[in-house]
Design a protein around this ligand. Structure first.
Ligand code: R5P
Length: 259
């Protein structure tokens, strides 16, 4: 792996623990003002000290995040449809030059395996990796799951492997109770999990813990952090699971004690 790419990756995946807590706040790119993220300028700064990187669009980055921040930036570079349209109809919306200008440590896009535009999103990923390799930029591929797709190990394993085959350096997918270790096994690059819809805090901590146990290198989590009644407690608890391997009970105490 080229030095620049390796160095950028090390800003997200801790060389000390081999793990990462990415804070996902890109939801507005198709959902608009999302609960917990309605005012990113106010909602986000308090969470940044506990994140290894921030997964964000350029618009919210420029307008809502202080440029003096130390948090490494992972830039969402795909988009197109809103929540009202055909979600798989995505293209690359942000250039590699822009990612470099914003001092990003990585770029991320969604692929929609099994959906209407799967072929276009997969070839977009291939093209993004070509551009990224030229400048040493890690690519995170996100296995977006369409309305009709089952989130089981077979589907998630298929989608994750395809992302790795296209050259993604990290894959973000969902956790599944059964055989998640097989999803990890079939994907030769590091996997992080998305949190998905808001669930009770203890369940979200359990999911993160299970994912780490099964081989994920961390999380790229959003709603289960910023929609919690205690977002700081929650990100601290997730951080302790990911980097310190604490038990779910200990992590839940961290979440509660922050209140
Ligand atoms: C989808 O909107 C984005 O890729 C999110 O970054 C991803 O789903 C992670 O966020 P959450 O944990 O809220 O699912």
């Amino acid at each position: 792996m080229d030095w620049g790419l390796k160095n950028r990756l090390s800003k997200t995946i801790s060389p000390k623990t081999g793990k990462t807590v990415m804070l996902a706040v890109d939801h507005g790119y198709f959902q608009g003002p999302t609960t917990g993220l309605k005012n990113p300028k106010e909602d986000l700064p308090k969470l940044l000290p506990y994140a290894d990187s921030l997964f964000i669009t350029r618009g919210i980055l420029r307008n809502c995040i202080d440029a003096n921040t130390n948090v490494p930036i992972f830039l969402r570079v795909s988009g197109g449809p809103s929540i009202l349209g055909e979600l798989s109809n995505e293209d690359i919306t942000t250039s590699m030059k822009e990612a470099l200008r914003l001092n990003s440590v990585g770029v991320g896009m969604s692929v929609f395996v099994g959906a209407k535009n799967e072929d276009r999103t997969i070839s977009n990923l291939g093209r993004l990796v070509n551009e990224a390799e030229d400048v040493g930029m890690p690519v995170l591929a996100i296995t977006a799951v369409g309305k009709d797709m089952v989130r089981d190990a077979r589907y998630l394993g298929l989608a994750s492997r395809i992302c790795a085959e296209m050259g993604a350096h990290i894959v973000k997918t969902y956790y599944c109770e059964k055989d998640f270790d097989k999803v990890v096994e079939g994907c030769p690059v590091p996997i992080v999990i998305a949190g998905g819809k808001k669930i009770p805090e203890k369940d979200a901590l359990q999911m993160a813990s299970n994912a780490i146990r099964d081989g994920a290198v961390g999380v790229d989590m959003g709603r289960n952090i910023f929609q919690s009644d205690n977002p700081i407690g929650m990100i601290k608890a997730i951080n302790a699971i990911v980097h310190k391997n604490v038990s779910v009970k200990e992590a839940f105490d961290i979440y509660k004690n922050e209140k």
